[in-house]
Design a protein around this ligand. Structure first.
Ligand code: F6R
Length: 614
């Protein structure tokens, strides 16, 4: 998830680009760069690893007087944050520059093809293939048209992209295109502009054109043409945007947390993207640098993590034991590192951390490495400490998360961990290819199922309205649904400051049942699964003590005579995938309860986004 911007007009491009990138910095901030075609010099490119301020301070910017340019602020997905991996990327001849937001699924195949033709790549990114391909389309073809070249290359790309392209042979022109990644454009008083997001545009224009999937935009100082990939022009509608800049950064949502909850269908899709071989239906994990033999020889798995990441890790325990038939232990990283765990060279340790910088998780993984174990990191931050130190990495592709409470990174962690679990099953032969394909088929539906949950928020808001006098709440679940319950309770505690506890439902009668009195809300996850009936009978025990019964359930579930106070209906999926769908309801419940209590959901008291101390 990166930010892109492009401008062509009467003003010097650098100023407009920097201003646009500043508005997009929340989307990516590990490097930034711009390309400005300059008649005599060809393409002038300035890039810096680090924050936008580092780019702004670059002395080379002062000499760039061109009035056409593209810019990028990066959140790394392929290749560590570095100057060589920052955008814009150039073709081999240095005549085409491209900025890209998204993930190119087939970049390995495209890159191999180009390398076999003798093209040398200068970065580790998926994006560079786009520049190289466009360069080839234009090379040696007199009068070749930039828009036609971009359109031809888009046909070869699989995955998600929003791109902006400039070429030294096409002065005063930018061509943009998109598929499954946002791109907006508009006419300003001085020229035309395009960007991945509205905030980058609103200091120049408030009349916005939304580019659709598989469309191209051709920007010149005095004209803006929108066409489909075949070159058929469309007369675009403009939308007037009156958000202020802060609201625009939140895409109009009240808070980053709500925006991030709503991003889940897209980022879960991004996390799964490129991992499934579309021809064979089997799995591909490009970042896994361990050999298949090492994965086959593992006789034990440890999952280590903190907080929300621990809850995601719990799903991996259930999944690996079920699919791979290897014993899995899971531990809170701060406990693991001091408790003398038994592990050796045949142990696989999975360290789960959104930030990749959590001190305890890093220390736990380091300790495991010292004992000879292989460490796989599951993280959202390319090039983070955990990613650098691990033997292999599986990235979550959730994009930057601004809200302190983890939401989209949690569901993406589960998606990535499930892919890893299936991969282990596939590699070790504990799953038939048809079984892997069956689960993948259900995984493909997750983005749409999560979107369904997001569309049905009224019952959640209504339930939150009944929590004005609530002090304590309990969350129940069994199996993978226990992870959902734990995460639901954590979200409620963190942002609403209510006391919320989660228990495996079978554990209730061993003590906590004493706390259930008339009216105490008990939120139980009873979606389809082999222990569903058992959870429902535990919920009946709560009902008999007067607890308020709130269920997360699939439509048509047989409640066995139980009369719940509220039911949140969610789409049905495989029980190991269900935490991704079900926890979205509990994120929204926590969000609406917190808002009604007047809490600052983005910045809960006493909490930091990244805990770099033990
Ligand atoms: C809760 C939350 C924390 C983090 C925990 C670990 O909403 O965000 O519990 O999950 O601090 O952080 P990472 O995943 O960065 O290691």
């Amino acid at each position: 998830m990166c930010g892109i911007v492009g401008y062509v007009g009467d003003k010097q491009a650098v100023g407009v680009l920097i201003e646009g990138l500043r508005r997009l910095e929340y989307r990516g901030y590990d490097s930034a760069g711009i390309a400005v075609p300059d008649g005599a010099e060809g393409l002038c490119v300035v890039k810096r690893q680090g924050k936008l301020a580092d780019l702004e301070a670059a002395p080379e910017l002062a000499g760039l007087v061109g009035t056409t340019g593209i810019g990028h602020t990066r959140w790394a997905t392929h290749g560590v944050p570095s100057e060589r991996n920052s955008h814009p990327h150039l073709d081999a001849a240095g005549r085409v520059a491209v900025v890209h937001n998204g993930i190119i699924e087939n970049f390995h195949d495209l890159r191999a093809e180009l390398e076999s033709e003798g093209i040398e790549f200068r970065s580790d990114t998926d994006s560079e293939v786009i520049a190289q391909l466009i360069g080839l389309e234009l090379a040696g073809v007199p009068g070749a048209d930039l828009a036609e070249a971009v359109s031809s290359v888009c046909r070869k790309l699989e995955g998600a992209f929003a791109i902006a392209v400039v070429a030294s042979d096409s002065p005063g022109r930018i061509v943009g295109a998109r598929r499954h990644a946002p791109l907006v454009t508009g006419v300003t008083e001085t020229g035309t502009i395009l960007a991945s997001d509205i905030p980058a545009l609103i200091s120049e224009t408030r009349e916005i054109i939304v580019v659709e999937d598989d469309e191209l935009v051709d920007l010149r100082a005095g004209s803006l043409v929108v066409s489909d990939i075949e070159g058929r022009e469309r007369v675009p509608d403009t939308v007037h945007v009156d958000w202020d800049v802060a609201a625009a950064e939140r895409s109009g949502f009240e808070d980053f947390m709500l925006k991030e909850i709503h991003e889940q269908p897209r980022v879960i899709g991004d996390t799964l993207r490129g991992r499934i071989d579309t021809v064979t239906g089997s799995l591909r994990l490009d970042e896994l640098r361990t050999s298949d033999d090492e994965l086959r020889s593992a006789n034990k798995v440890f999952v280590v993590a903190c907080g929300t990441s621990f809850h995601a890790g719990l799903v991996a325990k259930y999944a690996i034991e079920h699919w791979v038939r290897v014993p899995v232990e899971i531990d809170i990283a701060s406990e693991f590192r001091y408790r003398d765990p038994v592990l050796d060279a045949r142990t696989l340790v999975i360290g789960v951390s959104q930030s990749g910088e959590t001190a305890d998780t890093i220390a736990a993984c380091r300790y495991a490495s010292q004992l000879g174990a292989k460490v796989v990191a599951v993280t959202n931050v390319v090039g983070s400490s955990l990613a650098r130190e691990a033997d292999a990495v599986v990235y979550t592709h959730a994009g930057p998360e601004i809200g302190v409470a983890a939401t989209k990174t949690f569901t993406c962690q589960i998606a990535a961990l499930l892919v890893l679990s299936l991969y282990l099953g596939q590699t070790r032969g504990s799953l038939y290819p048809s079984e892997v394909r069956g689960v993948l088929e259900q995984m493909r539906r997750l983005p749409e199922q999560v979107a369904e949950v997001l569309d049905d928020v009224d019952p959640i808001r209504a339930e939150a309205g009944r929590w004005a006098r609530v002090h304590d709440a309990f969350y129940l679940g069994r199996g993978p649904a226990y992870s959902t319950a734990l995460e639901g309770a954590l979200k409620m505690k963190e942002i609403s400051y209510l006391h919320a506890e989660a228990y495996p439902s079978g554990e209730l009668k061993h003590g906590p049942l004493a706390l259930i009195v008339e009216g105490v809300p008990v939120i139980s996850v009873v979606t389809a699964g082999h222990v569903q009936k058992k959870t429902i009978s535990n919920v009946a025990e709560v009902a008999a003590r007067g607890g308020r019964i709130v269920l997360v359930a699939n439509a048509g579930t047989d409640m066995g005579g139980l009369l719940p106070d509220t039911v949140f209906e969610v789409p049905e999926t495989h029980e190991l995938l269900a935490p991704i769908v079900d926890s979205v309801v509990l994120q929204l419940l926590a969000y609406h309860v917190a808002k009604q209590r007047g809490c600052d959901v983005d910045r809960p008291r006493n909490l930091a986004k990244t805990v770099t101390v033990e």
